[in-house]
Design a protein around this ligand. Structure first.
Ligand code: HPA
Length: 256
């Protein structure tokens, strides 16, 4: 099955015909909310709101392990995530979309692995943090929906919930980050630990601090307005992606 993890600005899918809701308990605690099962067209999908359905969980308090565990135990093989980000690269101004292919993780103190305690010592390969097949699906869906999406990019993941300083954004840019978000890690690596095919669609809702229209600070009301409009595009892409995923042979729906 395909899962969608919605981030900031995406707590429901309007075109999802809901069939059931399931509260899942996991050995790692409670997920951000119930799993919402439903259909988009003929395809079945499960939706989870990363920050809770009322957007009550900040990035550092999301129980990423419980979320991924719950989806895995529901029979999910692929996760299409959505992240709101700040744009660092010149071509990632507010409203632009990207399917990043790399990550730099600056987060700390998050429960970031299933392999601890009594679990056997296990190192996952994370050279390419996103599944190539899931990325290709996102890109093809965007093309089918005639929506511009930037292919590639490095998503720097900060701890939040505060936004960055100018100096931090300078450093992130020097490190090679083209965008900054707060939630793709440890979500992506936990998905890999569970063998899930995982990719994210990033929506730039603001220029990162100190850049462009954020030169004198990030105007949160403006960013919220961009988010609203941008998420409509995200929903169109997701609808196509769900259809395309359902039409794939079963052996290419998972992680490669
Ligand atoms: N920085 C980090 N995370 C974000 C930003 C940002 O500027 N905008 C949206 N999520």
């Amino acid at each position: 099955m395909l899962a969608i993890i919605g981030g900031t600005g995406l707590t429901n899918l309007p075109n999802l015909e809901i069939t059931s809701k399931e509260v899942v308990r996991t050995p790692y605690g409670d997920p951000s909310g119930y799993l919402t099962y439903g259909r988009i067209g003929a395809a079945t999908v499960v939706f989870l709101a990363r920050h809770g359905y009322g957007h009550t969980l900040p990035p550092h308090e999301v129980n990423y392990r419980a979320n991924i565990w719950a989806l895995k135990s529901a029979g999910v093989v692929r996760v299409l995530a959505v992240n709101a980000v700040g744009g660092v690269a010149a071509n990632l101004g507010p409203g632009m979309l990207a399917v990043p292919d790399q990550v730099i993780d600056y987060t700390y103190s998050r429960k970031h692995t299933f392999f601890e305690g009594d679990a056997p010592v296990t190192h996952i390969d994370f050279t390419d943090p996103y599944c190539a097949r899931a990325r290709a699906l996102y890109l093809a869906a965007a093309k089918a929906a005639s929506i511009d999406v930037i292919d590639h990019g490095t998503l720097g993941v900060t701890q939040g919930p505060r936004l960055e300083t100018r100096a931090e954004v300078d450093r992130l840019a020097r490190d090679g980050c083209s965008m900054i978000g707060m939630t793709t890690m440890p979500e992506a690596s936990l998905a890999r630990e569970q063998g899930l095919s995982y990719a994210t669609l990033a929506l730039s809702m603001n220029h990162a601090a100190g850049l462009g229209s954020s030169a004198e600070g990030i105007k949160l009301a403006d960013a919220d307005a961009v988010l609203k409009v941008g998420m409509e595009k995200v929903k169109l892409i997701l609808a196509r992606a769900v259809e395309m995923h359902a039409a794939m042979p079963a052996d290419v729906r998972g992680y490669k």
